[in-house]
Design a protein around this ligand. Sequence first.
Ligand code: ZN
Length: 428
Amino acid sequence: MKLLRLGDQGSAVAEVRAALTYLGFLPATPRQSGEQGVAPPPGAHPEDSTGAEPPAAVALAAPATADGAHSPVAGPAGGAGDAPAALPDRFDRDLDNALRAFQQSRGLSVDGILGPDTARALEEARHNLGDRLLYFSAAHPFVGDDVAALQERLFNMGFDIGRTDGIFGPRTESAVCDFQRNRGLDPDGRCGPRTLRELKRLRRTVTGGRPDVLRESVRLLARGTSLLGVVVALDPGHGGDDLGIVSGGLCERDLMADLATRLTTRLLDSGLESHLIHGPDESLSEEERAARANELEADLLISLHTEGSTSPHAQGVSAYYYGNARGSSAVGERFAQLVQREIVSRTDMLDCRTHPKVWDLLRRTRMPTVRLDLGYLTNEHDARALGSTDFRAAVAEAVLAATQRLFLPPEMDAPTGQLHVPRLAGRA
Ligand SMILES: [Zn+2]
């Protein structure tokens, strides 16, 4: 898709404006009241259309001109009022601010650019629980805020939904079945009007504690103190034709492939099981990467990247784990913190800290997943580090140490440095 940003113009911009207005990130201006800029929330007849697209929550504010974009009078605000009205199809400063606020609220990268992640989040945000019939479809899973709301309600009543990721998967289906059985309804796993009514009737909020997060930790603890059999999946961030960031003769794809190889060797040496989820010639989507890690039934996935910026001053290392305002992966967060601490203490890289994100790779994996951005190839200092094998070896050691710590209970955790895994494992 074409990225949209400040300064762009066209009907696609008008759609974004309408969506953000609908979601409350932009004020609905009375000046546009005569136009169909903002549609009312869709009507609720969920049983009518099984799985079909819900009625569009946002209408086009302006019809596209014949050749698409650049007619300056394409917008409907042309003759309205005397103040310099914002052109709906113009990506102006207000829209930029609104989009950033939306991105922030969703745990997305706050860059003011409408790319695939943000577009999908906007699409998902339009769905309110009750707008459509929800059920499990392996081919085209329902994704959206309505699914997240359903998961949240089930979860608050103690049903096992895994985590509130907004994706209607098999686990959500079986939680719906459990709920239906519990309430004497036909357990078909479909969330239609009857099930919704029952859910509303029983709505009660459980405060304190997050069972989904606890479950994740319990699974980890169930491993005891043995590191044997722990499966660590590694994802070199790029491959094939996809070079990632290229700058000053360095290429992200190759640097991360080298790091992944070093790291997998170190993990294997230390008694852990380790797999690369793809070869150097494969260029996979985030969804495909997540599927590979899920197939492996890995206990942990680590995705390796470098960063790039138009500013030569941007530098530093950061770690990302699954999470947003609704909650986060407790184990992912802990591992992100551990690995960030180990890297920063072993190198002279700037600490850009850890952050929750809802990126597809983080969200579609069933195991704790952390993405590492190991410095900016566009920064002189970071590029020098990344280009050196010593640095990459140090990062491999840091990730190994953090992985060991993650799978050991806190009382066995030494403050820094490496642990001898086989010895500890033998004691379990
Ligand atoms: Zn990358």
